[in-house]
Design a protein around this ligand. Sequence first.
Ligand code: CP
Ligand code: NVA
Length: 304
Amino acid sequence: MSTPRHFLTLLDFTPAELEQIIQRAIALKAQHRAGEAQRPFAGKVLAMVFEKSSTRTRVSFEAGMAQLGGHALFLSPRDSQLGRGEPVEDSARVISSMVDIVMIRTFGHDIVERFAAHSSVPVINGLTDDYHPCQLLADIQTYVEHRGSIGGKVVTWVGDGNNMAQSYINAARQFDFELRIACPEGYEPNAELLAANAGRVSLLRDPREAAAGADLLVTDVWASMGQEEEQAARARAFAPYCIDAELMSHAASDALYMHCLPAHRGEEISAQLMDAADSVIWDEAENRLHAQKALLEALLLAAQ
Ligand code: CP
Ligand code: NVA
């Protein structure tokens, strides 16, 4: 058995391969809108393991696989043996013996690593506590569609140093942009990851300073899945870290803002910006579909 190609973080592909996925996503989107059939994966099956909730990730993978001619099946811990303690390694061996590709959304990043290490087919990280690389494909696609290449641009992350922030650190490296992270003390991204990318990633406390002249501002919820009981303490710590019209006024005049969703209007982002006519947040959400179809293609074609 040859070792399958996985997508656990953005570092699993080269910058050139990531660029190809973005361009392919843009092309697939145009084909889809033109009503052209895209059915290269007849008979192929994607298993989707969700240990956390999801709307976008589930719908985009399930719809995407159907549009490519294949099938997607949903597994949750509630109604599979995953929730009754069957080891990840055993589950990986069994599930991968029956399907062509697997997507997992879970808690510890080590779980997707262990699953991938025992899987005979490609494994996609659909979000862990540490990384959300599929969202970054959609975000970069969205930036490219609206503003062209993100290479050399300034991106400002506002808020928690969470899985999305950490994915932006990897993206800064792979897509060659400057990243400024504005977060309160105690909520920084992983220190080793920051140190490894110190050349292009800086940490600031003042969101206005971080936003000054930036080309893109990005945020996410203050309390991620699994941190619900910290919501009140986090709401106090993060109160100054809201993307609103005032903060955007410090950015470049053509700056975009993004949010992976789901969002809390009036907390990390203002309702006015969420609902603005020129918001690209809805394109960003839709692009999960197109970017992941390009990702599925890249992984399934490499496995053939
Ligand atoms: N952005 C994102 O991954 O959304 P879901 O949690 O709805 O999948
Ligand atoms: N940081 C958020 C992202 C949700 C898509 C979470 O992990 O809950």
